[in-house]
Design a protein around this ligand. Structure first.
Ligand code: LIP
Length: 263
């Protein structure tokens, strides 16, 4: 059954990505704000979520659904879906690459399958719990492995910042204290894509705070299935408020560096 759920997540991520990308080409964007003046939502976030929800009602009528833009369906099947219809909305708004559709299915064991589609690159990242993580493009499908980095001083680190100015200032202050301890920083704008980049070994580490469950559900499974270690900064499990995903040999040193920079 998990393979069927993965196929559904992948298909709907591709469909929603095409819908949002085409819509942006055809119509002027209408943007509203949510939690702050920079936390944006467009008509395409809402349309993509509505499409995914409608298709899930067709394909999986007894499942629960939670979406970033307000979808909330109670289910009876024991399977639930976490949807970020456009992760990296600021990138989408500015017509920058790197926004994604992120869809995960969860069951009583946790995240079961995940799919992250990046329309600007045509990449589709997928994973099934216990069965590895994969990247599919028009050139085929390859299995993902995280980096084998061992030295934090040469680690490429991805991160992001919250929408609240006071939180961004604190996060940037911490980053300024630790940037000399790593190779360099990348701030690409979409947590789900950052997580897939760790899975693919394109960055060695990703950490962030203050996300939504839909931002990280699919990408965190993909990263773990690619061999990454995942958690919070203090030895606990990854959660939307605090996530660190890294090549295994870098995890502890990175967690210590984050906490030291916070002190
Ligand atoms: C985004 C995250 C990103 C974070 C942004 C924003 P959204 O999600 O994917 O990692 O740094 O501030 O939260 O709002 O584009 O779905």
């Amino acid at each position: 059954m998990l393979n069927e759920l993965r196929d559904i997540a992948a298909r709907l991520a591709l469909e929603a990505g095409a819908l949002a990308a085409q819509g942006r080409r055809d119509q002027p964007i209408v943007a509203d704000t949510k939690s702050t003046g920079t936390d944006m939502v467009t008509q395409f976030d809402r349309a993509a979520e509505a499409h995914i929800v409608g298709r899930l009602h067709e394909l999986r009528p007894h499942d629960a659904i939670v979406g970033e833009e307000g979808a909330a369906t109670v289910g009876t099947s024991g399977v639930g879906w976490l949807i970020d219809p456009i992760d990296g909305t600021t990138n989408f708004l500015y017509d920058l690459p790197g926004w994604a559709v992120s869809i995960a299915a969860v069951d009583h064991h946790g995240t079961a399958v995940g799919a992250v589609h990046v329309p600007s690159s045509g990449e589709l990242f997928t994973a099934v719990r216990g069965e590895g993580a994969f990247l599919t493009t028009d050139r085929g499908t390859l299995r993902l492995r995280c980096s084998d980095g061992t030295n934090l001083a040469t680690a490429l680190v991805a991160t992001g910042f919250g929408y609240a100015p006071e939180r961004r200032v604190r996060q940037a202050t911490r980053l300024a204290r630790m940037i000399g301890d790593v190779r360099d920083i990348r701030r690409l704008g979409a947590a789900s894509v950052d997580l897939c980049h760790v899975a693919a070994g394109r960055v060695d580490v990703y950490f962030e705070e203050g996300l939504g469950p839909w931002d990280l559900a699919a990408g965190e499974l993909i990263a773990r299935e690619a061999g990454c270690r995942s958690g919070d900064f203090r030895g606990g499990a990854a959660r939307p408020d605090e996530i660190l995903v890294a090549a295994p040999a870098l995890f502890e040193a990175m967690a210590a560096t984050i906490l030291a920079a916070d002190a």
